[in-house]
Ligand binder design. Structure first.
Ligand code: TRP
Ligand code: SF4
Length: 404
């Protein structure tokens, strides 16, 4: 598939962190599960990205990747609906990363906000490495190697999609101008037939001279719908629309995932390092125990003290899990001391356990069959590698490296 046909492609990755928790599910995975049925999706474990901060002791990365993938599958990521793979099993990412590194200004990488932020945050680690500076560019290669149109990410990753767009633009500008480009565009225009040709040149003019964004979108759709011109011609026509050369690497869009409302057990953000999480494979009794131990509104010392749900992390859980009637019961009962905190926690415990039941079930299946996971990952990397190779061929050719 070329850049023209790949705009419906979705790509996202996660650094391998081992077992996942409800925060990952509500923040990321639930969204992936939905997307896999709406787009062509690729999801991968970014083990090389993990290496940028774990290079001193990388031995846990492999295990973490497997554990994470088991949890993806448990959460409902369906290997028949999308491709699941491990980054380092598709070395094409590395070749594209290298080639992009030749034309990426150092200053672009130095000014990515996560660069300094992470160095500040992870003070105990020496992150003054080449690999860590290149983190966002490796991410750009992850995205551009599949010419993905959409990249579902949280707000913290938007800057990385933004630099990916800049890198793609620079690449197309530098290498998209094949010799005889203008003539090739003129030929491609005539190949669309008289009427369409006139429409295209008119729309292009309206965009280039008047900045009419609607005309640009219409022209792009017009080109994508053409049946009787080659993909190469489509890329030329798309490039010419925006006044550049051939679009070899299309600019992706971030698909911003709304921040999860799922609180940790203490009301802070759910996180492994805070120890305030419920894991996706948590057993029913442990779910019960963890939620029973949750702190509540500190004003409710005795059962007869009234409380305020706004000051209670259990209420935040009700906001994720409960229907209107239950929420009203909580609001009323809490503020009038009509219900006790354990009573209030009961529907949350039941809801979490109901949500986790099918995940536990699926996880158990995969845990007892590691060969199945290996085969899912092999198949996923094969699918990914084939798509990546298409892109690399064009990239190599554009850069004058198409040896045969
Ligand atoms: N940097 C991302 C994170 O920490 C993980 C990642 C790596 C990624 N490559 C990607 C996400 C490509 C989206 C697309 O969450
Ligand atoms: Fe929190 Fe519910 Fe107790 Fe109110 S009754 S303090 S909302 S647990």
């Amino acid at each position: 598939m070329s850049s023209v046909a790949s705009q419906q492609r979705v790509l996202s990755g996660m650094r391998p962190t081992g077992r996942l928790h409800l925060g990952h599910y509500h923040g990321v995975l639930k969204n992936w599960v939905k997307l896999q049925y709406e787009y062509d999706c690729l999801f991968f474990a970014a083990d090389w990205h993990a290496l940028t901060t774990a290079y001193e002791d990388p031995r846990g990365i492999q295990q973490s990747s497997f554990e994470m993938v088991v949890d993806w599958l448990a959460a409902g990521i369906n290997p028949n609906a999308c491709s699941i793979f491990i980054q380092s099993r598709v070395p094409a990412h590395a070749e594209l990363h290298l080639l992009l590194s030749m034309m990426t200004p150092l200053s672009w990488l130095e000014r990515v906000p996560t660069y300094k932020d992470q160095q500040e945050k992870l003070k105990d680690k020496d992150l003054a490495t080449y690999g860590f500076l290149g983190y966002p560019l490796l991410q750009s290669a992850d995205i551009l190697i599949y010419r993905a149109g959409l990249v579902p990410v949280g707000a913290d990753q938007v800057a990385h999609v933004e630099i990916t767009r800049e890198v793609a633009r620079r690449f197309n500008h530098l290498y998209g101008r094949e010799p005889g480009f203008e003539e090739a565009v003129e030929l491609a225009i005539t190949r669309m037939g008289k009427k369409t040709a006139r429409l295209y040149t008119d729309l292009r003019k309206r965009y280039q001279e008047a900045g009419d964004a609607g005309a640009l979108a219409t022209a792009q759709a017009l080109i994508r719908d053409q049946q009787n011109i080659t993909l190469g011609d489509k890329e030329r026509l798309l490039g010419s629309l925006e006044g550049g050369g051939k679009i070899i690497l299309p600019e992706p869009q971030a698909l911003l995932t709304p921040a999860s409302k799922m609180p940790g057990l203490d009301g802070a953000k759910m996180s492994k390092s805070y120890g305030n999480f419920i894991s996706l494979r948590e057993l029913p009794d442990d779910v019960d125990a963890k939620i029973r131990k949750m702190p509540t509104d500190p004003a409710r010392v005795r059962r007869t003290d009234v409380g305020n749900p706004e000051k209670c992390p259990v209420w935040q859980m009700h906001e994720v899990y409960s229907d209107d009637a239950t929420r009203q019961w909580v609001q009323q009962g809490c503020r009038s001391a009509g219900i006790g905190c354990l009573e209030c926690k009961k529907p949350v415990i039941d809801a979490v356990n109901a949500e986790l039941a099918p995940m536990r079930e699926r996880a158990r299946e995969f845990e007892s069959n590691p060969e199945l996971i290996r085969s899912i990952l092999s198949q996923g990397s094969e699918q990914a590698a084939a798509l990546a190779e298409d892109t690399l061929k064009e990239v190599r050719a554009a850069m004058g490296l198409a040896y045969r």
